[in-house]
Ligand binder design. Structure first.
Ligand code: XIL
Length: 367
């Protein structure tokens, strides 16, 4: 068993799990970074790291050490990375990230054990109703068991809702729901709890952010799903809300966000903002215009969310604009790189960084 380093133990006991106040953390490294600002309110800040950056970009990783109290991996914990072949497990990238985190006394979020994307072809080709539960449970037991005492949160299941698919409980039509029905979630959460009883078990999803009908329907479906899981004794403990935001959308409703957080909390669940970024692909080219819009959008979102004592902390999906999945997933028409993260591509702090600092400072401290 690897003991949690002191800083992670402090954070793990307090911010990550939602327990008591941290009274003294003045001696911690990265003193002026986002995590330190978040910790003043008993929250945490972290970022998702791409394994190529971890391997090769030392200046970037120095900023991760400065700014972050938690890390997760863009891909290293997914089936695609860990299960290239059916009979074996490849933990190379996950282990490297966990070793980095241990060296710098950071927490690790594991992302993710059940998802409709990034699955190896052998799994897609061989999954049947007869073998699905066995495959899923064996995978989760092995992966969560391997990471036990090193991963502090698991995104047990990712992006499970898609009400327009017309499946029961608004679930997405995926390889797992086709093979196992809604019970794939029961199996996944129970397997994770059995393999690592101490990691906080999260259900992670996107599209829960805006005031418009689509997001409102998804929030309603999420609340109903979480209530159903809790009523069935499924050991889900937190909602992960991805928060892939769009600076061009005016429909941010702070009242609806506050209401949603209160409803999730009333089910006895915590909330983690797991993948914050603010895309600018519908904004003009001028970096100053984009940076200002991204910052004020992030601030409005965080002000509403951090008002809730259920929100344990925030991770962004990357730390610096040097690398963002958005340039692949949603490229700008003019092909300019997007600027969705707290640091720019030269690793300098941007208005979004300041907006996050201000949001952490303005939020009521968590008890
Ligand atoms: C993305 C990664 O950032 C990419 O590198 C990868 O190719 C695809 O997945 N929501 C999620 C994440 O839950 O797993 C996604 O990560 C981004 C959207």
């Amino acid at each position: 068993m690897t003991p949690l380093p002191r800083r992670a133990a402090l954070l793990g006991a307090a911010s990550m799990m939602g327990a008591a106040t941290i009274s003294d953390h003045g001696d911690l490294p990265g003193g002026s970074g986002l995590n330190e600002r978040a910790m003043r309110g008993n929250r945490f800040y972290g970022a998702a790291i791409d394994h190529r950056i971890l391997a090769a970009d030392r200046p970037y990783m120095a900023q991760v050490v400065r700014e972050c109290g938690a890390v997760t991996a863009e891909a290293a914990f997914k089936w695609g990375a860990i299960r290239p072949k059916p009979g074996s497990f490849d933990f190379e990238h996950a282990d490297k990230l966990m070793a980095f985190a241990a060296r710098h006394a950071m927490m690790v979020r594991g992302h993710t054990l059940l998802w409709h994307e990034d699955n190896p072809a052998w799994l897609v080709d061989t999954l049947t109703p007869a073998n699905a539960e066995c495959l899923l449970v064996a995978h989760i037991r092995t992966v969560a068991g391997h990471c036990r005492n090193r991963v502090v949160h698991w995104d047990v299941a990712n992006e499970v809702l898609r009400p327009e698919d017309g499946k029961p409980f608004g679930l997405r039509d995926t390889l797992w729901t086709r093979a196992m029905g809604p019970e794939c979630l029961d199996a996944a959460f129970h397997a994770c709890a059995a393999a690592d009883p101490t990691a906080l078990r999260c259900l992670n999803d996107y599209g829960l952010d805006y005031g418009w009908d689509g997001d409102e329907r998804k929030r309603e479906a999420m609340l109903a799903l979480l209530a159903r899981l809790r009523a069935r004794g499924v050991p889900v403990q937190a909602l992960g809300t991805q928060a892939h935001l769009d600076a061009a959308i005016p429909a941010l409703s702070q009242a609806k966000l506050a209401r949603f957080c209160a409803d999730v909390a009333s089910l006895g669940l915590k909330i983690v903002i797991t993948e914050l970024d603010v895309r600018d692909n519908q904004l003009p080219a001028d970096p100053a215009v984009r940076d200002a819009a991204v910052a004020s959008h992030a601030r409005a979102y965080l002000d509403a969310m951090l008002d809730s004592p259920a929100v344990l902390g925030v991770l962004s999906w990357g730390l610096s604009d040097r690398r963002t999945w958005l340039n692949d997933a949603l490229p700008r028409d003019d092909k300019l790189p997007q600027r969705p993260l707290p640091l720019d591509d030269q690793l300098r702090r941007k208005p979004m960084w300041q907006a996050m600092v201000d949001a952490f400072a303005a939020a009521p401290p968590r008890a």
